[in-house]
Structure formats: C-alpha cells, structure tokens
Design a protein around this ligand. Structure first.
Ligand SMILES: Nc1ncnc2c1ncn2[C@@H]1O[C@H](COP(=O)(O)OP(=O)(O)O)[C@@H](O)[C@H]1O
Ligand SMILES: [Mg+2]
Length: 309
C-alpha cells in the first residue's frame, strides 16, 4: 500500500454508546433508548473523519490481542484506514469507553483504558518511518507526552505538517511539543491546562491563541466553551461561532474538528476557510450519539449554512 497522506497518532478503543432519558441513581434502572457499538477512541475517530473527508489515512495506536481488538481493526479497515502501524499488545485487553448520554446531551464516560493501551516511546520510534513518510501527522496529546514528543519530532524533522490536539499529559513537555507544532487545537479545558485560563468570550479566545502563537504553532484553534472557536495565525484572527444545530452528544466533535482543520491546512486552504470547515465538521458530529463522525459533503455544506456570520 502507498504511504498514507495523513498519519494519526492516538487512542483506539471500543465505544459503547447508550442513550437514556435520565441516568438512574444508585439502585435505579433506566431503559436504553438507543445503543451504538462503534470503533472509537480519539485517534480512531480522527482517522475516520479524515477518511470520510477523502484523505488517505493511517493510524498508530494500540489494541490488545483479544477479539475486540481484531474486530476494531476490521472496522477501521472497512473505513479505509491503513491499520498496519497499529500495535496489538500481547496480554492486553483492548480499551473500552462507555458513553452514557441523557436526553439533555449530558454525557458520562466510563473508561476501561489499561495502561498498556497507551503508546510508548518505543512504539512510536518503531513507526517513525510511517510518520516521516506522511505529509501530515496528527498527534493526540492524550497519549503520554514522551511518546507524543517522539512522534512530533519524527514528523517535524522530515518537514511534515505537525498537528497537535489537546494538552500534554506532562506539563513539563509543553514547551518542547509546542515548538514542534504547526497547528495546535485545544478545547476550553485543555487551553486552561496549557495556558492558564479558559477563555470566556471571543476576545479571550483570540488572546489565548495569540499568547500561544509565539511558542511554536502558526495556527491555533482555541475553544470558547458554549460560544465557538477562536483561530489565530500570524497576521490574522477569526472567531467562528457554533453552528446552530441541536446537540444530542458533543462527544467526538473535537476530533472531527481537528481532522477537518488538518486536512484544510494540508490542501492549502486559507486559515479562514480551514476554520469554517473545521467548525462545520464539529457541528456535523453533535447531532448523533457517539463520537464517530459522519462527514459527508452534504453534512458539511448544511453545517456551513448554519454557522452565523
Ligand atoms: N454546534 C456546534 N457547532 C460547531 N462546533 C461545535 C458545536 N458544538 C460543539 N462544538 C465544538 O466541538 C468541539 C468539542 O471539542 P472536545 O471537547 O475536544 O470534544 P472531543 O474531545 O469529545 O472530540 C469544540 O471545539 C466545540 O466548540
Ligand atoms: Mg478533544
């Protein structure tokens, strides 16, 4: 197989999504209104989003040597993802995330993510060839920051586009990771972890992005919770409000967002265009339960029409 254009470095897990009217308290019972069992985890969600948007994509993550791992790899292959770099860790149980979401779109995650399902420095070093061969590498910072650093460095040294999502697990690695990045995308909580304060409004989002600009990335995307996302680049900034879409479950919207943003930048879109594309992809992901994106051209177009301004 030819080398994928984009490599995603991140989590692969089984997603069990349960939609209920109300989450019961202790001793209570609730009927499940809808159940979805999906390929999930942030890395896989980002890879699925990229594939749906037309990119050739490969995934570097870890599953166990169990039947669930086997099934997830088959699902990822069916999505068109190159799973050759995915590690099957002997004696490890594949990660499971249960997403219980109520009728008001409030989610609770129950996570069974064994330590051994995280990427190690050695895992990433072993896949450095695939990272160097891609045009862009998307690194999910929920992975241990030592492993994230090795991935970002391999891509950077090969002159590839380096896109980071989230906040480093070890704050001591933040400066080194930012210095290697072209694009950083963070939700409100992650901005707080990286920069100090979660922005409260559009101006705050742009200020937070500007503060990070000098630390490495040339494009920042910063969430302002409940309002929208601020985008900052040298010489420009834009705040894009949320699309007007009823939210069923916002799980995975950030993953769809960063997938679209990376692809927009990779194909040479202006920052303004890539920004709206990313927000449209996020908006297209909040209307269904579960983090798996469904990024059809029609869905993106419909969302672009629902972004105010
Ligand atoms: N209606 C919407 N339109 C556009 N973007 C949205 C909408 N609702 C949520 N988002 C965006 O989705 C993203 C969610 O990010 P994040 O918390 O990282 O999700 P996850 O990690 O589950 O993928 C944020 O950037 C938020 O602004
Ligand atoms: Mg996220």
């Amino acid at each position: 197989m030819a080398h994928p254009d984009v490599m995603v470095v991140g989590q692969v897990a089984r997603d069990l999504v349960l939609l209920v009217d109300d989450v019961p308290g202790p001793g209570g019972t609730a009927p499940v209104r809808r159940r979805r069992e999906l390929l999930g985890g942030k890395g896989a969600n980002q890879a699925v989003g990229l594939a749906q948007l037309g990119a050739s994509v490969g995934l570097l993550g870890v599953v166990g040597d169990d039947e669930v791992g086997e099934r997830l790899l088959a699902l990822a292959r069916a999505d068109g993802i190159d799973v050759d770099p995915v590690l099957r860790r002997p004696g490890t149980t594949t990660g499971l995330i249960v997403d219980v979401v109520d009728a008001e779109a409030r989610w609770r995650y129950l996570e069974d993510l064994p330590e051994a399902t995280l990427l190690t420095v050695a895992d990433v070093a072993g896949a450095a060839g695939a990272l160097r061969a891609a045009r862009a590498v998307l690194v999910q910072l929920q992975q241990p920051s030592g492993a994230a650093l090795v991935a970002a460095r391999a891509a950077r040294e090969a002159g590839r586009l380096v896109v980071l999502d989230g906040a480093p697990t070890d704050p001591a690695d933040t400066d080194a990771l930012l210095a290697l990045a072209d694009v950083l995308r963070a939700d409100a909580r992650e901005v707080e972890l990286i920069g100090g304060d979660a922005p409260r409004d559009a101006a705050g989002g742009i200020a937070a992005g500007r503060a990070l600009l000098g630390r490495g990335p040339s494009l920042l995307a910063v969430e302002v919770a409940g309002e929208g996302n601020a985008f900052v680049w040298p010489g420009g900034a834009l705040f894009v409000p949320l699309s007007e879409t009823p939210t069923v479950d916002d799980t995975g919207a950030g993953d769809a967002f960063v997938a679209a943003l990376a692809l927009g930048v990779l194909r040479g879109d202006s920052p303004e265009r890539a920004a709206r594309y990313a927000v449209a992809a996020a908006g297209a992901t909040v209307g269904h339960p579960g983090g798996r994106p469904a990024l059809t051209p029609e869905a993106i177009r419909a969302q672009l029409d629902r972004i105010p301004g």
